[in-house]
Design a binder for this molecule. Structure first.
Ligand code: DAT
Ligand code: MG
Length: 160
């Protein structure tokens, strides 16, 4: 996806971001949304989801042989999550930077996991790790009609 501003082509990416049950329970969903908004990304999808076991297993399918898979699935279905799609230039890698390293004790201060987390199994948030996974995760969590088509008035003030 691309658009033109001041005659320059801007390549846009979409990424799937999820505030996990611990983030919702701790009242941090708003803080996470605020960080992505402030960075300059555009919200195109947002919903609170009580995740089914099937959806959790599909989402984390790549980890199904790992020893933590069972407890990870139990955790994700234990309370609602906030599922989101964010759009912008370099959104996939940038979201991962805002989120921080997988183990919150190793995540840099200033990142979401670095500021709020301690345990790897309670690391608050998920973000797609590559273009292909972003595509498949967005399709897994959202239908086309749940994604809004709109233009923030901030666009010309974010992109040169
Ligand atoms: P990330 O969420 O940073 O992409 P991942 O894809 O390697 O990390 O793992 C998915 C989730 O699984 C991670 O957010 C937390 C959990 N997890 C990963 N490694 C773990 C471990 N060694 N012990 C317990 N949970 C783990
Ligand atoms: Mg991952």
């Amino acid at each position: 996806m691309a658009f033109y501003i001041w005659h320059k082509e801007i390549i846009l990416e979409r990424t799937f971001v999820m505030v996990k049950p611990d983030g919702v329970q701790r009242g941090l969903a708003g803080n996470v949304i605020a960080r992505f908004e402030a960075k300059g990304f555009k919200l195109v999808g947002l919903k609170l989801v009580s995740v089914s076991r099937e959806l959790a297993e599909q989402h984390y399918g790549v980890h199904k042989e790992r020893p933590f898979f069972g407890s990870l699935v139990e955790f994700i279905i234990s309370a609602p999550v906030v599922a989101m799609v964010w759009e912008g230039k370099g959104a996939i890698a940038s979201a991962r930077k805002l989120i921080g390293a997988t183990n919150p004790l190793e995540s840099a201060p200033g990142t979401i996991r670095g500021d709020f987390g301690v345990d790897i199994g309670r690391n608050l948030i998920h973000g797609s790790d590559a273009e292909e996974t972003a595509k498949s995760e967005i399709a897994l969590w959202f239908s086309e009609d749940e994604l809004a088509s709109w233009e923030p008035c901030s666009t010309p003030w974010l992109y040169e």
